[in-house]
Write a protein that binds this ligand. Structure first.
Ligand code: DX5
Ligand code: ZN
Length: 223
C-alpha cells in the first residue's frame, strides 16, 4: 500500500495561536484539512479565505479545503487564491456538480466530492474521472468531536472498489471521528488519507498526538 496520509482538521485548534498550532504538528502530517461552514448547508459557522491564507503562510504543506457551504462555485477562486490545493464540496447543494468541478480545475486546484453519511456514491461514480479525492464523511457535517459512524464503513469499501476498478489514483479521505481507536477500521475499509481534528487538538499535546497517529498509519501501511 502506498503511504497513508494524515490530514489534521484545525476546527478544534486554538485560533489565538493558530500559526503555532500548525507548526507544532506540521513535521508529522501530510496535508491540512480546512473546514469551511456557512451556517446554511450546516448549522455551524467557521471561517473563510483569510484563515486559509493564514495557514498557507504558516507551513509548506498542501491544503485541502472542505466546503460545507451553499453556492460553492461562487467561492472557488477566492479559496484557491488564498492557498487551497484541493477543494471538496457536497454535490447535493447544487444542480450542476460538473460545473463546480470544472471551476475548481480551472482555478488550478484538485477537485473532490464530499459524501455525507446519508448520501450515496452516485455523484462519485458520475464524476470520478475528474476527481482527485473522495471525501467520505464518518460524522454528520457541522461539528468536530463527534463519534465515528461505523455504518459508513461499507460505503468506504464500495468507494475503494470504484476507485481501484477505474485505475484512477484518487485519494479516499476519511473525515470525522478518526482517532487511534477508529483509524484501523477506516484504513481497512480503504481510506488512504485520514482527517483528525479533536484527536490532535482539543487541549491535547498536539505534536505528540500527531506523532502517535502518524506512527499508527506507518504500521497500518507497512511502510
Ligand atoms: C465535520 C468536519 C470534520 C471534523 C473533523 O463537519 O468536516 O473535518 O471536524 O474533526 P474530528 O476529527 O474532531 O471529527
Ligand atoms: Zn472536514
Amino acid at each position: 500500500m502506498s503511504q497513508l496520509k494524515l490530514a489534521p482538521s484545525i476546527l478544534t485548534a486554538d485560533f489565538a495561536r493558530l500559526g503555532e498550532e500548525i507548526r507544532s504538528v506540521a513535521p508529522y502530517v501530510d496535508w491540512f484539512h480546512l473546514d469551511v461552514m456557512d451556517g446554511h448547508y450546516v448549522d455551524n459557522l467557521t471561517f473563510g479565505p483569510s484563515i486559509v491564507d493564514a495557514v498557507r503562510r504558516s507551513c509548506d504543506l498542501p491544503l485541502h479545503v472542505h466546503l460545507m457551504i451553499e453556492q460553492p462555485a461562487k467561492y472557488v477562486d477566492v479559496f484557491v487564491k488564498a492557498g487551497a490545493d484541493r477543494i471538496s464540496f457536497h454535490p447535493e447543494v447544487t444542480d450542476d456538480p460538473a460545473g463546480v468541478i470544472d471551476a475548481i480545475g480551472s482555478a488550478g486546484a484538485g477537485a473532490g466530492v464530499a459524501v455525507h453519511p446519508d448520501v450515496g456514491l452516485e455523484q462519485v461514480r458520475a464524476h470520478l474521472e475528474a476527481l482527485d479525492v473522495i471525501l467520505m464523511m464518518t460524522v454528520r457535517p457541522g461539528f468536530g468531536g463527534q463519534a465515528f459512524l461505523e455504518e459508513v464503513l461499507p460505503k468506504i469499501k464500495e468507494a475503494r472498489e470504484i476507485v481501484n476498478q477505474s485505475g484512477r489514483a484518487a485519494d479516499i479521505e476519511v473525515d470525522g471521528g478518526v482517532n487511534l481507536d477508529t483509524v484501523g477500521r477506516a484504513v481497512a475499509a480503504g481510506g488512504n488519507s485520514l482527517v483528525a481534528g479533536s484527536a490532535l487538538f482539543d487541549g491535547l499535546n498536539a505534536p505528540a498526538a500527531a506523532y502517535r497517529l502518524k506512527e499508527r498509519l506507518r504500521e497500518l501501511g507497512h511502510d
